[in-house]
Ligand binder design. Structure first.
Ligand code: SF4
Length: 333
């Protein structure tokens, strides 16, 4: 059902709930503002639909896939228990033993069993064409020459690098904390420089102070790689200070390199095209091997491909692809 978190659209709730015995509301956090609001809407409309939420889901804590699965199972158990016993499922998805017994014992196992015949496993990863892929490819290429380095990760799309096929990244502390998380490695006892990762969102969130300022103050000899894709991409593509977009109500186009130099970094380089593997690799190699002491910052720039598609696609006539006779593929395919 389409609606808003606030204010709720009463008529849509009434239309949706009419004739239904119960609905399940998945509302993370406490207090249960939306659940209370929905109950009020339904009681005022004299609809007897029961609202389930915090009675089958936990009051607090993160609603992970496993947590929601248990809640949905409890909800189904109230209104359609035969589904849990597998009687209404396709033969391939039925559990071997009593469905409810298996579900109560291990809901995850039941879900996996039911879905495995239909779904191919696919680990989460970067979008197709993501400009961050070549950054990590360059790091893997460099590993062949210099060996592995400790990589202190951050929060953001680039964290997909900890998964296959890259398997890069040893630690993650929090949003904007990539370089702060590598502080303990600022010691002559380690033979290799560490690499810290940070997105432009994390950088402006607090990385400039907690990471870069701290590294300048403590004269770290390590490397920070800032992924400057022009957006707070992982949270939906909001503008940040260094975004290239012209924003009438915000100040954008403030370069990250200027900011890091402003707090005292002497070695800072901007790569303006992450898809240039050779340039990415060579810049990283230089940062990791230069005799120059002190903090080193690489800003790796290329526009987030997902947001680029959103930006470019509306500018192209919709039937343009169909009119093409040359066989060339358009950018947004
Ligand atoms: S949202 Fe953008 S930056 Fe994130 S994975 Fe997709 S293309 Fe890459």
């Amino acid at each position: 059902m389409l609606n808003l978190t606030y204010p709720l659209i009463d008529d849509e709730f009434k239309r949706f709930c009419a004739g239904k015995r119960g609905i399940l509301l998945v509302e993370e956090g406490q207090p249960d503002f939306i659940e209370q609001n929905v109950n009020t809407i339904l009681r005022r409309a004299d609809l007897q639909t029961r609202v389930h939420g915090k009675d089958v889901l936990p009051m607090a804590g993160e609603y992970t896939g496993g947590v929601v699965l248990k809640g949905v199972a409890r909800f189904i158990d109230i209104y359609a228990p035969t589904l849990l016993q597998g009687r209404d499922l396709p033969a391939a998805a039925r559990p071997a033993a009593s469905g409810l017994a298996v579900l109560n014992g291990n809901p995850k196992a039941f879900a996996i069993q039911a879905a495995s015949s239909e779904v191919q496993p696919r680990p989460p990863s970067f979008c197709t064409g993501c400009p961050e892929r070549p950054i990590f490819t360059a790091m893997k290429l460099l590993e062949r020459e210099l060996g592995q380095h400790h990589v202190s990760c951050d929060i953001g799309c680039h964290l997909f690098s900890v998964l296959p096929p890259f398997n890069i990244g040893a630690t993650t502390m929090g949003y904007g904390l990539g370089w702060a998380g590598a502080s303990a490695f600022n010691t002559p006892e380690t033979s290799k420089r560490t690499i810290a990762m940070m997105g432009d969102g994390g950088f402006w969130h607090n990385g400039l102070t907690s990471g870069v300022g701290n590294a300048v103050f403590n004269q770290t000899d390590n490397v920070l790689l800032v992924v400057d894709n022009g957006y707070s991409a992982a949270t939906g593509g909001q503008d940040v200070l260094s975004s290239k977009a012209i924003n009438p109500i915000r100040s954008t186009n403030n370069p990250i390199e200027k900011a890091v130099c402003g707090v005292g970094v002497k070695w800072a380089k901007t790569v303006t095209n992450t898809y240039s593997l050779a340039q990415m690799r060579d810049t990283l190699r230089e940062a990791l091997t230069t005799k120059e002491k002190g903090p080193k910052v690489i800003i790796a720039q290329s526009e987030c491909m997902l947001n680029r598609q959103r930006r470019v696609k509306p500018q192209i006539p919709q039937d343009d692809c169909r009119r093409r006779t040359c066989g060339a593929r358009a950018l947004w395919h």
